[in-house]
Design a protein around this ligand. Structure first.
Ligand code: CAA
Ligand code: NAD
Length: 284
């Protein structure tokens, strides 16, 4: 079994930049690929800022910080992923765009390489079926913010081999994460429970239950959650949450998973949350 040395990450948004930073901090060589040059620059700047904070808090020396960033090669050319032993896709939550990328990766990568998706809700087997290596395709679902959250869901499809799952468990542990097994069902374990909760918070807010500030305060002080639902929705991204809700509703036809009318309108208004400065709250 080929040792994982070089890690590819696709997408330099919230998740991709966090995954790249985490892998480089764990000592892996990383190639971070993004289609949008401006997004690549933003992702690189956010990794540098997070590492600067770690230096300021004396969790890391300046030399270590420079070495971590030095292990990350940022690119807009998918061909630069060629020598990666594993590629983790963390691009927009859209099956057509992800499938096209999986085909490209399958043609490009060596036979031993594993292709993973960080999808929150899509069918992993649908992406695997776009490749000639479905036995070496799995879900590797990280949580936001990736450098902080300990959990990784390792998602086995009906075609993933136990050897691939073992490799991914060992890899997640090398990243300092706690892997758990998950089945290839939309939302896996955590989002199956979390997404209906977040969507229900929007519905009861629309119904006038309380102000969003009081709903957030209630869940933080009453349940000890680190963020209230509206803070968390803004943190995850309202665009991403909307895509996830559509995918989960499409699969389960459970009204709890349908995107609330307000969520749709906020996305149409371009309010994506923290990532672009305005969501349920203002971050300007
Ligand atoms: N990158 C790196 N480190 C970060 C970070 C980031 N983006 N954000 C925060 N941190 C670090 C801080 O540097 C700090 O580190 P130290 O303890 O070493 O000093 C630590 O995290 C705590 O941060 P803060 O003191 O600034 O803030 P906080 O105590 O309010 O914690 C938080 C911030 C960790 C984000 C916390 O609010 C939290 O846990 N929120 C809930 C997050 C959550 O539920 N995530 C899951 C989202 S759902 C998902 O990811 C799945 C999906 O498919 C949608
Ligand atoms: P994001 O919008 O912050 O970033 C997505 C990035 O992918 C964008 O910068 C975009 O330019 C880029 N991209 C689009 N097509 C591409 C392609 N073909 N090649 C390379 N880059 C491409 O989104 P995000 O929040 O980082 O989410 C990414 C994935 O991770 C989604 O599947 C999402 O469901 C999942 N996820 C998100 C969270 C979260 O809290 N936001 C948590 C876990 C999993």
């Amino acid at each position: 079994m080929t040792e994982i040395a070089r890690v590819g990450v696709c997408g330099a948004g919230l998740m991709g930049s966090g995954i790249a930073q985490t892998a480089a901090t764990a000592g892996f060589e990383v190639v971070l690929m993004e289609v949008d040059a401006a997004a690549l620059q933003r992702g690189t700047a956010s990794m540098a800022a997070a590492l600067d904070k770690a230096v300021a808090k004396q969790r890391m020396t300046q030399t270590e910080r420079d070495a971590v960033l030095g292990r990350i090669a940022a690119t807009t050319d998918v061909k630069d992923l060629k020598n990666c032993d594993i590629v983790i896709e963390a691009i927009v939550e859209n099956v057509a765009i992800k499938t096209a990328l999986f085909k490209q990766l399958d043609d490009l990568l060596a036979a031993h390489a594993v292709i993973c998706t960080n999808t929150s809700s899509l069918c992993v087997i649908e992406l695997a079926a776009a490749t000639k290596r479905p036995d070496r395709v799995a879900g590797l679902h990280f949580f936001n913010p990736v450098p902080v959250m300990k959990l990784v869901e390792v998602v086995r499809t009906i075609a993933t081999t136990p050897e691939t799952i073992d490799r991914l468990f060992a890899f997640a542990q090398k990243l300092g994460k706690e892997p758990i097994h998950a089945k290839d069902t939309p939302g896996f374990v955590v989002n199956r429970l979390l997404v209906p909760y977040l969507l229900y918070a929007i519905r009861v807010y629309e119904d006038g239950l309380a102000s969003k500030e009081d709903i957030d305060k209630g869940m933080k002080l009453g349940c000890g959650y680190p963020m209230g639902p509206f803070e968390l929705l803004d943190f995850v991204g309202l665009d991403t949450t909307y895509f996830i809700a559509q995918i989960m509703f499409d699969e389960f036809k459970d009204p709890m998973m349908a995107p609330p009318t307000l969520l749709k309108r906020m996305v149409l208004a371009g309010r994506y949350g923290r990532k672009n400065g305005k969501g349920f709250y203002d971050y300007a």
